[in-house]
Design a protein around this ligand. Structure first.
Ligand code: SF4
Length: 292
């Protein structure tokens, strides 16, 4: 697919206008694009006043989203670990290796997400973990047939062709030194996993990773993928919808505008005040209501 991008907004032009950062301060991608606060007060509270959100205010859908991300990361790690540790397993033993660890992994992960009902968490875990086992086992079968001379390292890169939470240095473009997209699909396709409804900021966040990637490696990024995972009512099944994102000039310019706005608020250190309305999902809601 054709993709025309102006040179000036490619990440490797990080030192010149308009991409040059207006500040030496650095922000994470989620600080800018998971920002629920219209007036950006959330940033001021978090960084200038160093307030911490109330833990009990983290809504269950957000917790569930983090839980799903951690299953995705853990299943990917487990698949690679099995193959590195056991060598070239056949598909059935590989699946068994997933089954044997499923209860241990479930309880390990759930320990960090106590706000989710146990039964629902178990259904979500079993569905994603089981699907990972079958998907990677089928890939293992398919690639093992190709040649008798495959070595584990090469085979693993085909069976599990992604790296989860691979750090990218975003410091040249005003972002943190280790920003982490959910996955990088081999060779360089950025992937984000979302468990909530589509939002315009999803494509902007992925664009931020793409620009940082370009600034670090000087390899063009033209397209990325967002996977929207939709659980059914009881959490026992889900559907995944793919959205291809083109890192257009428009998205890149919007990234620059939002980054500059966020960094300016931090530089000034002045309370930007309350927006007309606050999201009920904001983790600072109980904090800010005293200021209304
Ligand atoms: S509670 Fe309202 S003002 Fe406070 S950070 Fe959240 S959205 Fe912003």
């Amino acid at each position: 697919m054709p993709c025309e991008v102006s040179e000036e907004v490619r990440g490797w032009n990080w030192s010149t206008y308009p991409l040059a950062s207006p500040s030496q301060l650095k922000l994470s991608v989620s600080d800018i694009f998971n920002n629920l606060c219209e007036s950006w007060r959330l940033l001021y509270l978090r960084y200038t006043r160093q307030e911490r959100p109330y833990e009990i205010d983290v809504p269950v859908p957000l917790l569930e989203g983090s839980f799903i991300h951690s299953i995705f990361t853990e299943a990917t790690k487990h698949a690679k670990g099995l193959l590195y540790h056991e060598g070239l397993l056949d598909a059935e033993k590989f699946r068994q290796g997933f089954d044997d660890f499923s209860r241990i992994k479930f309880h390990e992960l759930l320990g960090n997400f106590k706000g989710i009902a146990h039964e629902r968490a178990e259904r979500i875990f079993d569905r994603i973990w089981g699907l990972a086992a079958y998907t990677y086992a089928a890939c293992l079968d398919r690639f093992s047939l190709r040649s008798r001379y495959l070595v584990p390292d090469g085979l693993i890169s085909s069976v599990v062709p992604l790296t989860t939470e691979s750090p990218i240095d975003g410091s040249l473009v005003g972002l943190s030194k280790s920003i982490r997209p959910d996955a990088i699909l081999w060779p360089t396709i950025l992937v984000e996993l979302k468990t909530r409804q589509q939002h315009p900021s999803d494509a902007l966040a992925l664009t931020a990773y793409a620009i940082a990637f370009e600034s670090q490696y000087e390899i063009p990024q033209n397209f990325g993928v967002i996977l929207y995972l939709r659980l059914n009512q009881d959490g026992g099944d889900f559907k995944v919808y793919e959205r291809l994102v083109q890192f257009s000039d428009k998205l890149r310019t919007e990234f620059i505008e939002k980054r500059d706005r966020a960094l300016t608020i931090l530089e000034q250190g002045i309370d930007p005040g309350l927006p007309p309305e606050c999201s009920l999902h904001c983790p600072y809601i109980r904090f800010c209501k005293h200021d209304r």
